[in-house]
Design a protein around this ligand. Structure first.
Ligand SMILES: [Fe+2]
Ligand SMILES: [Fe+2]
Length: 416
């Protein structure tokens, strides 16, 4: 490895350790692994327990991100590749499965000419579906210091200076193996943060059963994608965008955490709220904000805005409006003597984004009082609410990135 390679690895170590969200981290790990080995494409898998048809649970490799420079070139600027979601058994039959089983790196120069002695083979149907031909591939396990397997990075088609596909070199193997150990440490830490967030959210889920872990994951996923597209239109610098995405993702997961402070009689009431009960329910916004007041934690600034303003409406008809969430004091009243609603850009961007993401997910989901709406009805409703409930610019962005939004929905189905 050259000095430059070492320097970039050291820099990456500190950068990866600043990313707290698991999904954003996985996306970045795959990107950096591909960059280091000049790979045109790749996928990243994590170990997840999945239910088999016979009801037994088994550890599998679940794809979390796929990237492909060649296929992305054909997409409009700023659009992301949509890939199919699948999982693999950890066994000798596939390249990634073998890599996970043996916890060792696998380097194949041509997947269409794998040695007959090798236990694994290549499933060419992926190439047929995508129209992209995989030739060389390198699969690397992500293993913690204690030897636990977290996942596998599989990078595809190493390119030389003339853009020809070549096998992955021994240098690339060494560089990627070193990179994988750094990535595994960062991933282990992000997994821990995720587990803590899920525990906190589990507490609010126990109070309000419709706020499930998957609802929270989907809404956070949508919010980040909407922000990313907004940042693309507003020329937000790359570094600032990446940092903000990470904080927004975590902050969004806490959008309804204030429900821990609302009584069960109200949260679980199967009938319509009385005006008094509805007023109490609305307090989950202020209670949520009260949890994020630490000036030493930058994440708290965003989490405060999200929790406090995700029920404000673009036209000023939402809640809680102009009040001080700590003291409950009303800052500005409307002509009925109630707190004046925040409107348009008085509502922080993150509040406007999460409002849209949260409502979209609620419409698509089953609730005790309703079945999920059809996609046509949901999308018509989103358009209808542009300029009244939602920021019209964000509704336009939502439709621009609809394939990515639907991909997130597919990736995080409601548990049965
Ligand atoms: Fe809420
Ligand atoms: Fe929600």
């Amino acid at each position: 490895m050259s000095d430059a390679d070492y320097k970039s690895i050291i820099k990456l170590d500190s950068e990866l350790n600043q990313i707290r969200d698991v999904d954003l981290l996985l996306e970045r790990i795959l990107l950096e692994a591909r960059k280091a080995a000049h790979a045109d494409a790749g996928s990243i898998y994590v170990i997840q327990r999945e239910k088999e048809d016979d009801g037994s649970m088994v550890n599998k490799l679940v794809i979390k991100h796929a990237q492909n420079d060649t296929l992305t070139k054909y997409l409009p600027p700023g659009q992301k590749l949509v890939y199919s979601v699948f999982s693999l058994y950890i066994n000798e039959k596939t390249i990634s499965g073998y890599c996970a089983l043996k916890k060792e790196l696998v380097n194949v120069s041509d997947v269409y000419n794998i040695s007959p002695d090798a236990p694994y083979s290549y499933n060419a149907s992926y190439d047929k579906i995508s129209g992209y031909k995989c030739i060389s591939t390198l699969a690397i396990p992500l293993i913690t210091v204690e030897g636990f397997l977290l996942g596998v990075i599989q990078i595809i088609n190493s390119k030389d200076q003339n853009n020809n596909v070549v096998p992955f070199s021994q240098d690339a193997e060494m560089l990627i193996a070193h990179f994988a150990s750094i990535a595994a440490t960062a991933l282990e830490r992000a997994n821990f943060i995720r587990a803590m967030i899920f525990k906190m959210n589990k507490m609010s889920e126990l109070r309000d059963p419709k706020e499930t872990g998957t609802h929270v994951a989907r809404v956070a996923g949508y919010a980040v994608e909407i922000y990313e597209r907004w940042a693309f239109h507003h020329n937000v610098p790359e570094r600032e965008k990446e940092r903000f995405k990470d904080s927004l993702k975590i902050a969004t997961m806490f959008h309804d955490v204030g429900k821990v402070g609302i009584s069960d009689e109200i949260l679980k009431k199967p009938a319509k709220f009385t005006p008094e009960e509805y007023a109490i329910m609305q307090q989950h916004t202020s209670i949520g904000a009260q949890l994020f007041t630490d000036p030493l934690i930058p994440l708290d600034l965003i989490a405060w805005d999200v929790a406090f303003t995700h029920h404000e409406n673009w036209d000023g008809t939402g809640y809680p409006g102009w009040i001080d969430p700590i003291t409950g004091k009303v800052i500005s009243t409307n002509n009925e003597g109630k707190p004046l609603g925040k409107k348009e850009e008085e509502i922080p961007l993150v509040g406007r984004i999460v409002a849209l993401a949260d409502v979209f997910d609620a419409l698509c989901s089953k609730r005790v009082y309703k079945e999920p709406w059809t996609d046509d009805d949901v999308l018509a409703e989103m358009k209808k609410l542009s300029g009244t409930k939602f920021d019209p610019e964000l509704v336009d962005i939502f439709f621009e990135i609809l394939p990515t939004i639907l991909q997130i929905r597919n990736n995080n189905p409601e548990e049965k």
